[in-house]
Structure formats: C-alpha cells, structure tokens
Design a binder for this molecule. Structure first.
Ligand SMILES: [Zn+2]
Ligand SMILES: [Zn+2]
Length: 351
C-alpha cells in the first residue's frame, strides 16, 4: 500500500502480528528512486510469520532484505526492532536509533542489566503480588525470541537529519512510552508529517509507566511530547500500529484530555478509599490483568501517582500514595489543549 497523494512514494507494509498493540507498520521510503538510501522505518517482531509477511510486503516494492540501505527505528520494543538484525545480516544496512534506546536494541549487557534492575525494583514498589510477578516474568521470558538477532546500531539525538531517498527525515525525540522514542518528521502534502512510532496511535493510548520503566517521570515526559506534537501542527501521523492519523493535533489533544480524566479518577479513588499502592489503583482502574498488561496496568497507575506526587497533591509513604490536597487544581499538571480535543473520554485503557 502507498499513499498516492504524496509527491514521493511512501510505502507501508502492515504486519498482522498480535503482539502488544498488534498490526505493526513497516514504512518504506526511497524504493522508487536511486537518489538516496532505501529506508525502512521500523521492522516488526522477529517471528517467522511476521518475517514472511515483511518479505512479501517488501516484494510489492521490488525489494528484498538485501536491498535495504538504512533502518530508522522508533524505539526499542521488540515489535518494532525485532527483524532489524535479520535485515542487517542480509544487507549490511545502517540501523539508527535514539541514543537512549540504542543500548537495549544492540543487546548491550550493561543497558539490559540496568533496565532489568529498574523493572524489578519498580514492580516491587508497585505492590505487585508474587503470583502476578511470576506470571509477568514468565510471559516476558517466553516472548524474548521476538527481539531477534541484535543489530549494530548508530545512535543519534533529536534534531538529527537523515536522507531517505526523495525526502529528508528529521528525528524528533518523543519520550514517555519509551525513553528513546523517536519520531521522524518530513515535508508532506500540506505541511509537516510525522512517523510517530508508539508516541501517537489511532485507537490506543500508548502505555506510559510500564512500557519502559527506565523513564523517571513518564507522564510528565509524555504530556510534553503530546504538547510538542500539538505545537508542531503535523498534518498527518504515520503510527507504529494500524492506519494513518489524519488529525495528529486533535489526536494528541484527545490523549491529554484522557490522561487528565484518568488522573481525576485516581484522585477520586484515593479520596474515597484512602492511601493505596499502584497495584491497587490499577485494579480499580483496569480490573484483573494478564500478559503484558500485568506490567502496563500498574505502570500506568504509577505514572499518574508519580505525576501527582511531583505536584504535592499526593504523598508517598512506602508503597502507598495518600491524597494530601483536599481539592487539588489539576490545571498546572496538564497542557491546556481541551479546545483541540475531538473525542474526550472515548479512549480505552490500559493500552
Ligand atoms: Zn512500544
Ligand atoms: Zn508498538
């Protein structure tokens, strides 16, 4: 599938895997021109079915893995980076990722140990029960193969620009869902467009707090990312999952409003029920959890509680957070984008 309205070929291979948010996108640039490197944005999870789908999808652009010159990754999650190693092995292409995620993508032992340590410390601090912790870690171990063979990675920082055939892509750091989440902006049909990775998705709110436990202030970072998307005024966003977003500004505003509503719910809950740990708050918000949601649910609750703690609206005592402001004003905690939001309250969680 390509977008005929653009002045250059933007190819899209949709991968039908059901891991995480499902239906990962691999975007194809420069297949129609010799003017610059043939470039992929993200690759899909390293599973045989997905690899076969990607090979077949690329064949529609007369490409094999060996033809790829450059891979730009949006973040370290395996459903985005998994096949990068296999493609690099066949093509010797350059693989680029934001410096905050490059170590994890390369399988750097120090980066992995640090990430694992933070994860284990936080699931303990969140009050996750032992049986759920075991279920989560078993789920994660079983899925490890999806990360594939690790590629060599060239790290970059936000603002870096890359030649991608007919267009130039500018890396935009969009932290929150992952520490090193990078989007790639370019001149599109009627303004700047953005490959948004999992920073902006059409149906889910990208998880914050659990999806990358290395992020110190996940909700604050993510809200700044969303405010940045609003300010930039992108005219289209090409997300890491599912179809194109035709109003990225409205979508970003929606997600801000959704998070504010979720914060209000948590404040109400603490007011009614007294101090609670993130696991308990998560159970109130999302109910019983399985698979990766065992991590994403309490992570999301933690992201909100931590945001409230930084504003002195709640105070943490051990694992529990208590409401200390009786009628808190949340205006300072969220960018004011309510006039731009399209469908407030219409977003399911925990994503
Ligand atoms: Zn992700
Ligand atoms: Zn994803």
């Amino acid at each position: 599938m390509t977008d005929p309205a653009l002045p250059f070929q933007l190819g899209q291979v949709q991968l039908g895997n059901n891991a995480f948010e499902g239906q990962n996108n691999c975007y194809v640039l420069g297949a129609d021109t010799d003017a610059g490197p043939t470039t992929l944005v993200d690759t899909g999870i390293a599973m045989p079915d997905t690899e076969a789908e990607l090979r077949e999808g690329l064949a529609a652009y007369d490409l094999t893995f060996a033809d790829i010159d450059q891979i730009l990754l949006t973040h370290w999650h395996m459903d985005h980076v998994g096949l990068a190693g296999a493609i690099q092995a066949e093509s010797d292409c350059v693989v680029r990722a934001h410096e905050a995620d490059a170590g994890l993508i390369e399988g750097n032992p120090e980066a992995e140990a640090e990430s694992r340590e933070t994860l284990e410390r936080l699931v303990d601090e969140w009050g996750m029960p032992d049986d759920k912790r075991e279920e989560l870690f078993t789920f994660m171990e079983l899925g490890e193969g999806g990360a594939g063979d690790t590629p060599d990675v060239e790290p970059f920082v936000g603002g870096a620009t890359f030649d991608a055939g007919a267009i130039e892509l500018e890396a935009v750091h969009l932290p929150g869902h992952a520490a090193g989440l990078a989007g790639y902006a370019f001149d599109g049909r009627d303004g700047r467009e953005l490959f948004s990775g999992d920073a902006l998705l059409p149906y889910y709110t990208p998880n914050v707090g659990g999806a990358d436990t290395r992020v110190d202030t996940p909700l604050a970072d993510y809200l700044e990312t969303l405010a940045g998307i609003v300010r930039a005024g992108y005219t289209r966003a090409w997300p890491g999952h599912r179809g194109v977003i035709i109003d990225p500004v409205g979508r970003a505003a929606d997600i801000v409003v959704h998070h504010r509503e979720r914060t209000e719910k948590i404040v109400d809950y603490l007011r009614e029920s007294g101090p609670a740990d993130p696991w308990t708050v998560s159970a109130h918000l999302f109910g019983e959890l399985s698979s990766i949601h065992i991590l994403h649910g309490p992570g999301e609750a933690y992201a909100h509680l931590h945001h409230l703690e930084d504003a002195d609206i709640v105070a943490r005592n051990g694992r529990e957070y208590a409401l200390v402001a009786s009628s808190p004003d949340l205006d300072d905690l969220f960018p004011d984008v309510s006039d731009l939001a399209l469908r407030p309250g219409a977003i399911p969680g925990p994503g």
